[in-house]
Write a protein that binds this ligand. Structure first.
Ligand SMILES: [Mn+2]
Length: 415
């Protein structure tokens, strides 16, 4: 029987075939490995968490997998409240007394839990060209933040921020002492987050203002977006902020801030029909006030093509934890008062600064972010000084001119 080709040729053909099969197997093998690790990165709570050989893993990987195993998929989704039972409930109640936040519950919720879309329905009809918007550097500072709350905040930013507009996320650790925020956080960032999430560690505790400045100095995006370390963002919260700054570079913007309950993590909004803006009292405290009739008139005049309900709304002051500002403009107006220590008062200071340096503070109704409000401060300040009071006097002396008398009438303790 005649076989086509010479014996030598046939053998070469078989060898080539074998080589091809081996090559293809290699490619498939590496593709699969790569796919699994990417998939794991994208969904930390997914079923790919392998529990069979935890002991063989490095200690940090082990801790992170144990965290993921504790999370219950779907729990608290769409911002629903969650009640713990049994031993978890006891532990959660203790957390609330200790740090005014249910850390135990936070650890049971997925890092990627969803929140409701509380925006005005009109917001969904506004189109943004993502290739034509400025980019954002999100700056998140923290001091002893509960680890899972911080990690969820970063996931929320990544989940809601399109890569075309989210330049980077800069975390600034203001010399926390909580061990979970050390090696474990470094490892989590390295293995679970994209490369545009960075962590800056301050060598000693500098306080909120100087920590934010450290983040701002490192930022390279067009817009600085300061965000507290205990937030969950509503979809498309970035776009309307960036679009407004593109339109008006001296506008300093705040989203509508919704409430995440510190005990049951319920996400609640007052609906979209009403919201308040930032005010202040003559004792130097921030408060929430209704939108004035004068402002409604201005909106009707200046944004006639849109419904006033979704128009930028002038706000006398800002709450402080969340705001967006053109990066160059931030430095042009002298940034923060760097001599302010600890925490507090800086929000009124930057508000007075912006309005008196030709800018505006505006609430952007189509941008919404949930923030965990706590009943008390979970940590003390260096030397237990009343930094809010001291910072507020600085603000009043610099920006209030002759109105300072009204301030001191209300705060004789600070004179
Ligand atoms: Mn806060």
């Amino acid at each position: 029987m005649r076989i086509r080709g010479s014996p030598f040729g046939r053998s070469l053909y078989q060898k080539l075939l074998l080589l091809t099969v081996i090559a293809i197997s290699f490619i498939f093998y590496f593709k699969f490995i790569k796919f699994s690790s990417e998939h794991l990165n994208a969904n930390p709570e997914s079923n790919l968490v392998d529990v069979s050989d935890l002991d063989s893993l490095n200690p940090l990987e082990k801790l992170i997998r144990a965290d993921l195993l504790k999370q219950e998929r779907g729990l608290g989704d769409r911002g629903k409240s969650v009640a713990l039972v049994g031993a978890s409930k006891t532990k959660g109640d203790e957390d609330v007394k200790r740090i005014a936040l249910n850390e135990e519950l936070s650890e049971h919720l997925s890092y990627n839990r969803t929140v409701p879309d509380a925006r005005n329905p009109q917001c969904r009809n506004i189109h943004y060209d993502l290739n034509d918007l400025p980019t954002a550097s999100v700056i998140i500072i923290f001091y002893n933040e509960p680890y899972s709350v911080l990690v969820r905040t970063v996931h929320s930013v990544l989940n809601t921020g399109d890569t075309r507009i989210l330049k980077e996320v800069i975390l600034v650790d203001d010399a926390s002492v909580n061990v979970e925020l050390k090696d474990k956080l470094d490892y989590y960032i390295e293995t679970r987050f994209p490369k545009n999430v960075r962590l800056i560690r301050l060598k000693s505790r500098l306080g909120l203002i100087r920590a934010r400045l450290a983040g701002a100095r490192a930022a390279r995006g067009d817009v600085l977006l300061f965000l507290d370390a205990h937030c969950e963002c509503v979809e498309k919260w970035l776009e309307p902020l960036l679009a407004r700054i593109k339109e008006s570079r001296t506008s300093v913007l705040v989203p509508i801030i919704d409430v995440i309950d510190a005990k049951d993590f319920h996400y609640s909004s007052n609906g979209y029909s009403t919201f308040q803006v930032g005010g202040f009292s003559w004792s130097g405290h921030f408060d929430w006030i209704d939108i004035s009739a004068r402002e409604r008139d201005r909106q009707a005049r200046e944004c006639p093509e849109k419904n006033v309900d979704v128009c930028p709304t002038y706000s006398p002051t800002m709450a402080g934890g969340l705001f967006a500002i053109n990066r160059e403009y931030f430095w042009e107006i002298g940034s923060y008062d760097e001599q302010m220590d600890g925490w507090g008062g800086e929000n009124l200071e930057i508000s007075f600064r912006v309005w008196q340096c030709g800018g505006t503070i505006e609430t952007i109704p189509c941008s919404r972010v949930g923030h965990i409000f706590r009943d008390f401060h979970p940590y003390s300040f260096p030397d237990n000084r009343d930094t809010h009071g001291i910072n507020t006097v600085r603000m009043a002396l610099v920006w209030m001119d002759e109105y300072i008398n009204l301030f001191f009438m209300n705060r004789p303790d600070l004179k």
